[in-house]
Design a protein around this ligand. Structure first.
Ligand SMILES: Cc1cc2nc3c(=O)[nH]c(=O)nc-3n(C[C@H](O)[C@H](O)[C@H](O)COP(=O)(O)OP(=O)(O)OC[C@H]3O[C@@H](n4cnc5c(N)ncnc54)[C@H](O)[C@@H]3O)c2cc1C
Ligand SMILES: NC(=O)c1ccc[n+]([C@@H]2O[C@H](COP(=O)([O-])OP(=O)(O)OC[C@H]3O[C@@H](n4cnc5c(N)ncnc54)[C@H](OP(=O)(O)O)[C@@H]3O)[C@@H](O)[C@H]2O)c1
Length: 448
């Protein structure tokens, strides 16, 4: 790839960005207090944080789906101290503090000539000679840190490298072809090569693999790499006052073809292992005590059905206390009926006890399935969807990714309403749906 690009640009002039001034300085320090054991971002402000970071431990980790042509799915319960001062509601999410993989961390340490010094502790500060205005150490980088833990816990190694980072790598590259390749990637003329090579790659790791003579400094990585962000997960159990231990459960899938860092880390944990997480603020997608009497339809595919387990648990608890509930119907989609159907036994139990009134299923890869996708089940149950939309005491819940599933479900709801007797025109229906989403009658859990 790099050879082709070099040939294409042979003899061509390049317009390069101005090299940014460096500003971070690391000072190795042997006389230091021990580093905290907790995740290095435990004391940083968290996105959408509603609690402090909590140190929890794995109390259950079960593989609930595996086999041919299905993603492996894990069911994880964390127990945490009861004094967080936070009560979560069905629909809420937690943020899990993540770690880069050992393979990526060790590759980077080797490339930076720091393998033998990975655990050396440094002070991170500002270079007094810098010309950069208002230079400061990023808030997610501790003032005292070891090279290995900085790379493992703080820096996003898979973020798409910006052109300024690529430009800043050139002075640290000894081979002429490597340097020219980097110059092409960050030049105005090399946009297509940047898109092909950098945007489709796996961050700084795959970029450095293409330029073996490039050995940047840790300071440069701190200046240019974004923060390793926590990953959100939907809580699958209801909060129970006075429960001991206090727990949060969530369900996650592992994509073997393109393994993610957090899912790879979590699935490898043993019982009793430590996990740092925090509660995120409630979004519009929430099912609270005051929603119990509303009629609800819940739509989800794969792990996107997991938040509804917490809705159903809250309903089952309320039912056991003699409360009157609205009607609850679940529309779910999986690949196969006999493998990949998440938490089937739980769903059946909720149907038996009356916490759930009906469940409509779709199986995308079962040759004989009448309904392949949830959209098809929604159309078959169109009358109920129309009733739900027009009933002020009903809510429609949909959980899924923002790129494909959620827009498609919205389109399906619009189709259903457009085909109903006395329907308004499509534009009016679109406006209605937009209003219902704003008013919290049509609630979406937006996964990325
Ligand atoms: C509000 C919200 C709630 C969420 N709740 C859940 C939940 O309850 N359960 C859950 O499993 N996920 C949930 N997610 C997604 C989750 O936050 C992570 O994005 C996901 O687990 C991958 O994280 P990672 O660090 O392992 O992957 P990263 O290292 O961030 O890599 C992400 C990339 O890897 C690929 N990838 C990794 N795993 C998968 C997968 N299982 N399916 C498809 N592509 C994958 C994708 O291509 C993706 O672009 C939620 C997301 C949001 C925004
Ligand atoms: N970005 C991430 O890292 C990440 C991680 C986890 C989950 N998610 C999202 O969370 C949701 C569930 O993921 P998962 O891994 O548990 O599910 P999954 O196993 O990939 O899919 C579950 C079921 O949903 C079907 N499906 C896929 N796209 C659909 C669509 N547009 N409309 C209706 N049904 C569709 C699948 O059909 P097919 O047989 O056709 O695939 C399958 O039957 C998805 O929206 C996924 O994108 C994202």
């Amino acid at each position: 790839m790099s050879t082709e690009v070099l040939l294409e640009f042979e003899g061509k002039k390049l317009t390069l960005p101005a090299l940014p001034s460096s500003y971070i300085i690391l000072e190795e320090n042997t006389d230091h207090a021990p580093l905290p054991v907790a995740h290095l971002q435990a004391n940083v402000t968290q996105p959408f944080g509603a609690s402090n970071v909590v140190e929890a431990c794995v109390s259950n980790l079960t593989t609930i789906v595996e086999g041919e042509d299905v993603k492996t799915v894990h069911d994880l319960t964390l127990s945490y101290p009861p004094d967080t001062g936070h009560r979560h509601w069905p629909g809420d999410t937690i943020g899990i503090l993540s770690y880069n993989t050992d393979a990526d961390v060790e590759f980077l340490l080797a490339r930076l000539n720091l393998l033998s010094k990975g655990d050396v502790v440094c002070k991170v500060g500002i270079d007094k000679k810098t010309t950069k205005k208002a230079a400061k150490v990023p808030a997610f980088v501790p003032a005292v840190v070891s090279y290995r833990r900085l790379i493992k816990e703080c820096l996003d190694l898979h973020a798409v490298p910006k052109k300024l980072l690529i430009c800043s790598l050139t002075p640290f590259t000894t081979d002429d072809d490597d340097r020219r390749f980097l110059e092409i990637l960050c030049s105005k003329e090399g946009n297509a090569a940047y898109e092909q090579t950098v945007q489709k790659g796996k961050g700084i790791i795959s970029l450095l693999q293409l330029v073996p003579s490039c050995r940047p400094t840790v300071a440069l990585l701190i200046e240019h790499l974004p923060r390793l962000m926590p990953r959100p997960y939907s809580i699958a159990n209801a909060y129970r006052e006075g429960a001991s231990p206090t727990t949060v459960r969530f369900i996650f899938s592992h994509n073997a073809e393109n393994p993610g860092i957090t899912t790879s880390h979590l699935r490898a944990l043993g019982k009793g292992a430590t996990v740092h997480f925090y509660f995120r603020q409630s979004s519009a997608f929430v099912y609270e005590q005051r929603d119990l009497r509303r009629n609800i339809i819940m739509v989800g595919t794969g792990t996107g059905m997991s938040p509804y387990l917490s809705f159903l648990q809250l309903r089952a608890d309320a039912l056991a206390q003699g409360e009157t509930l609205g009607r609850a119907e679940l529309i779910v989609g999986f690949r196969y009926r006999d493998r990949g159907y998440l938490c089937k036994a739980e769903v059946e139990e909720y149907l038996e006890t009356g916490a759930l009134d009906a469940c409509y299923e779709a199986f995308s890869r079962d040759p004989n399935a009448r309904h392949k996708y949830v959209q098809s089940q929604m159309k078959e149950n169109g009358k109920k969807i129309v009733e739900n939309i027009h009933n002020p005491h009903a809510t429609l819940y949909v959980c899924g990714d923002s790129k494909v599933l959620l827009p498609q479900i919205t389109e399906t709801v619009i189709d259903i309403l457009a085909e109903a007797p006395g329907a308004e025109d499509r534009d009016a229906i679109k406006t209605l749906i937009g209003r219902l989403k704003k008013e919290g009658k049509y609630r979406e859990d937006v996964w990325l």
